[in-house]
Design a protein around this ligand. Sequence first.
Ligand code: MG
Length: 390
Amino acid sequence: MAINMKHISILGSTGSIGTQTLEIVRQFPNEFKVVGLTTNKNSDLLLKQIKEFKPKAVAIMDKSKADDLLNFSSAQVYSGIDGLNKIATLHEADTVVNSLVGSIGIEPTYNAIKNKKNIALANKETLVAAGSVIMDEIKKNNVNLMPIDSEHSAIFQCLNGENIKEVSKITITCSGGPFKDYTKQQMENATVQDALNHPTWNMGNKITIDSATLMNKGFEVIEAHWLYGIGYGYIKVVIHPQSIVHSLVEFVDKSIIAQLGMPDMKIPIQYALTYPKRFQNSSKPLDLTEIKNLEFSEPDFEMFPCMKYAYEAGTVGGTLPAVMNATNEVAVHAFLENKIRFFDIQRLIRKMMDGHNTIKSPNLKDILDIDKLTKERTKSIIEEEMVVNN
Ligand code: MG
């Protein structure tokens, strides 16, 4: 059995997806071996993970914390973005789980692919900002890219054994987020706490805010485009508050295949790691008679314009999605720090997209440069506005 073990590096092992990935590893000790772990700054949890999973190497973004960790760690310790890249390309790893948050995840994904690693991708920004570059490298290096997101895992499962040319529509479901039933005025006055109160999914802060603006759903549309090569006109979003139907694929004969399950991220994470096999687990089974109602409705693009911006950025392509993404990342952090209000997120995205001259066929460096520049510019706009408003 050990000969077929998967050797995994987990980027972002102390976050929501990272810790759930480790729970799966814990359940199947004969199938998976952890060889690399990384964290942003949670050195306490990383140390516990090192003791339990005995990886060969780890990385922590914060250099001073890396030095502290050296005294206690049985694993090699790296730091900063170089450390992330090191763990993403470890010789011992055959699979890299990327559960980083933000565009910091792009470069390690790229380097992992270049080093022939299979990718299990939870980092949305990789495909949103750098979809064309990443998909080119996936093909060139002949590695697998498995989605971890519940919606993309659902679409992947619906497409199993099907001919992509016979697909007529992909429908991505969306819980609607915490502000589904808010009025415009309620949303305008929404606090960070309101926005973090997601009805069905328990996730990290950044993605929870993205689920309140529905930017997250916009990201998922762009990711679906890259993962499955489907034009934006054939990718739809439907509001489904129960988060039980994770997505649907319609074929040319009008037959629709959907994937259902409890809202439990461990299911898509596990599938990304075990595909093409399925392993029995202890997740709670779905009982449809307990759910009673499954509701579906049209999304409101006027109330949630971020979704519209994502369709626009995706359709224009080039560097425009990277600008949208970078602005969003800075704006969401500023909102979490109470520096801006909820609607400022969408306003800043619109402003930065309008001010951008798109580069048509960017390479990785173009994308990373635009990402950095956009983040700096957005930060300074926020600072300037705060001065004016105070
Ligand atoms: Mg999702």
